[in-house]
Design a binder for this molecule. Structure first.
Ligand SMILES: Nc1ncnc2c1ncn2[C@@H]1O[C@H](COP(=O)(O)OP(=O)(O)OP(=O)(O)O)[C@@H](O)[C@H]1O
Length: 591
């Protein structure tokens, strides 16, 4: 737990030193004020008791003045810096925490990012608050030191027997509280997947993407029923866990309360009480009542810190997840150079299995796309086309086999060893589920190449080539942010323009034409042929009329490469491709 506090403090300190130091200094400054107040109180009472009109009142006034000054420091002097430092730490903590999680997510292999177990850890990691870990830790340290000082005052009066009883009851309460906190947090951990499912249902019911289908098919009542079912189950489990933990705490709490009442009531009967002055009694009484009030607070703060510590463990686990060995995937396409344009692409016995899935999504794929060759990848739904593109783009690493770009191996390990050489291929892609970035049009096209962000002629040329006709590079896109809403086809053209801006050596088009009308789709395909001229390219398509014009066609079925060759060769083979082609042709010709 100490390491967790120190780690949070160190992260915050690296972001901004001042509030971290101010808060620690202010909270620890208060600590000696308490025993000093008690000592002055004792002095004051003893001086008042020993005073008579023949004596000077100066000693009484001095003690009273010191007491007042300390109270001022305690109540007002630190009343400004503490809330100010807390506010700032809250701000920087939230920002840094988000940044760390986002940065880590962007460095994880895509298959990890998508894995349910990793999603659960991420959800939990997002619950952590650096600010809470630091401030609660400090508060706990402060309370523990104060309690230690109060204990030493009581020991100075020789009161070790009542002390031992009270501390014993507190330790018991701490153990029980710790157990309760752990079981509640474990429950919260186990509920994370259900919580994600609830969020998914809520998103479906409120989000724009699914709204049409939800309304048309009348899914809302069933979704709401499922959401409510999960909610009620979670709530029932939580209520049961809280009841059990509260009942568990009842005994030690009762014991501590009884001891507290008894000790205060019988203070005068404590050993050595007869020799005490009025000031001694006052201090003893105040010290004892302060300690008795503080002990349950210390237990509570300790419980809160334990909860934070468990969340911190999840946060650390997330930050320590194994990263993509192949450099930063998201940045890989960006970081690639150009000189291997002539190298082509070779896959040697590539297999891939999604985490937690037994069946291979790709099985023993062996294929070559020579330099300057435009290939088409076809296959039925679920045959593995998108998976293959994600592997080629470097988002996933093959489970077996390797991928070479013009003789430069691109597997994760090799990339790690030879990052400079492996960067020699510059990739661009337009995906089936391309991003609809709700930013300005120019940013949509050039966000990945900030140097070009204000190169209007280049952005306009890319948009024109992609067939996007509307003007206004500074137009905000997305109605959610007060902008215009491009149609599905327009979004697709913007995504194509984004790929064109890259001037890549190898271009993937993973069926980005689904949103287009037949005419636009044909234009998009012609565009694909135009912009990939002289480059290696791969087009994933269901439209075999488009595949026909590619230099090479690869046919996937159930994760295996079953045919490859030119359109004419595959037609002559009279196999899978020719069957698919004839089916589509008959559909269009109406046979
Ligand atoms: N994230 C994932 N996790 C687990 N299995 C997946 C994942 N994505 C795809 N699959 C499975 O991998 C197989 C290949 O899917 P893929 O999306 O690559 O097929 P596809 O040929 O692109 O299909 P479509 O033509 O429908 O887009 C399918 O069985 C699919 O269920």
């Amino acid at each position: 737990m100490i390491r967790c506090f120190l780690q949070a403090a160190s992260i915050l300190y690296q972001v901004e030193k001042r509030p971290v130091v101010v808060l620690a200094a202010a909270m620890l400054t208060i600590v000696p004020v308490l025993p000093a107040e008690l000592w002055l109180m004792k002095e004051l009472i003893n001086r008042i008791q020993g005073w008579n009109p023949s004596l000077s009142s100066y000693p009484i006034l001095t003690a009273a003045a010191w007491l007042a000054a300390l109270m001022l420091v305690n109540n007002i002097g630190l009343g400004v810096p503490i809330p100010m430092a807390l506010t700032r730490i809250n701000e920087i903590g939230a920002l840094e925490h988000q940044r760390l999680v986002l940065e880590k997510t962007s460095r994880l292999p895509l298959q990890s990012v998508e894995a349910p177990s990793v999603k659960d850890i991420r959800e939990r990691a997002l619950l952590v608050s650096l600010h809470e870990v630091y401030s609660t830790g400090l508060q706990w340290i402060q309370q523990l030191i104060q309690a230690a000082l109060l204990v030493s005052i009581l020991l100075a009066f020789g009161q070790w027997i009542p002390l031992a009883a009270v501390i014993g009851a507190t330790v018991l309460l701490s153990i029980v509280t710790g157990k309760s906190v752990r079981s509640l947090e474990k429950l919260s951990r186990s509920q994370t997947p259900d919580q994600r499912l609830m969020d998914h249902y809520a998103g479906l019911m409120t989000g724009k993407e699914a709204a049409k289908e939800i309304r048309l098919f009348g899914h809302a009542p069933e979704l709401e029923k499922r959401w409510r079912g999960l909610y009620e189950r979670q709530s029932r489990d939580r209520r049961t866990a809280v009841r059990v933990s509260e009942l568990r705490k009842l005994g030690p709490e009762l014991l501590l309360a009884l001891l507290s009442g008894l000790l205060l009531a019988l203070l005068v009967l404590l050993p050595g009480a007869r020799t005490f002055t009025a000031g001694d009694f006052a201090v003893l009484f105040m010290t004892m009542s302060m300690l008795l009030a503080k002990l349950p607070d210390i237990v509570r703060t300790g419980g809160s810190f334990q909860k934070l510590y468990m969340r911190w463990e999840d946060f650390r686990t997330y930050l320590e997840l194994e990263e993509d060995a192949s450099e930063e995937n998201a940045g890989r396409a960006e970081a690639c150079g150009r000189s291997a344009a002539g190298g082509g692409l070779r896959l040697s016995d590539v297999s891939f299995r999604y985490p937690g899935v037994d069946r291979k999504a790709l099985d023993g794929i062996r294929m070559t796309i020579p330099p300057g060759c435009r290939a088409a990848l076809v296959g039925e739904n679920g045959s593995g086309k998108s998976t293959l593109v994600k592997l080629l783009a470097g988002f996933y690493q093959p489970s077996e086999g390797g991928i070479d770009w013009g003789g430069l191996p691109a597997s994760g390990l090799e990339l790690d060893r030879e990052p400079e050489r492996a960067r020699n291929v510059k990739l661009a892609a337009v995906f089936q589920d391309f991003s609809q970035l709700h930013v300005r049009l120019r940013e949509n096209v050039a966000l990945g190449q900030l140097a070009e962000l204000h190169n209007d002629p280049a952005i306009e040329a890319a948009l024109r080539s992609a067939g996007y006709r509307k003007s206004g590079l500074d137009t905000q896109l997305g109605t959610a942010f007060g902008g215009i809403e491009p149609s599905g086809g327009e979004w697709q053209k913007i995504a194509t323009a984004r790929a064109l801006m890259r001037d890549a050596d190898f271009v993937f088009f993973d069926e980005p034409t689904a949103a287009l009308d037949p005419q636009a789709e044909r234009e998009a395909f012609e565009l694909f042929m135009k912009v990939t001229e002289g480059k290696s390219a791969l087009l994933v398509t269901h439209r075999l009329g488009a595949a026909k014009q590619a230099d090479l066609v690869f046919v996937l079925r159930q994760g295996k490469l079953v045919e490859q060759g030119t359109h004419e060769e595959l037609m002559r083979m009279n196999g899978e491709y020719s069957r698919m082609y004839r089916t589509q042709a008959s559909w269009y010709s109406g046979d």
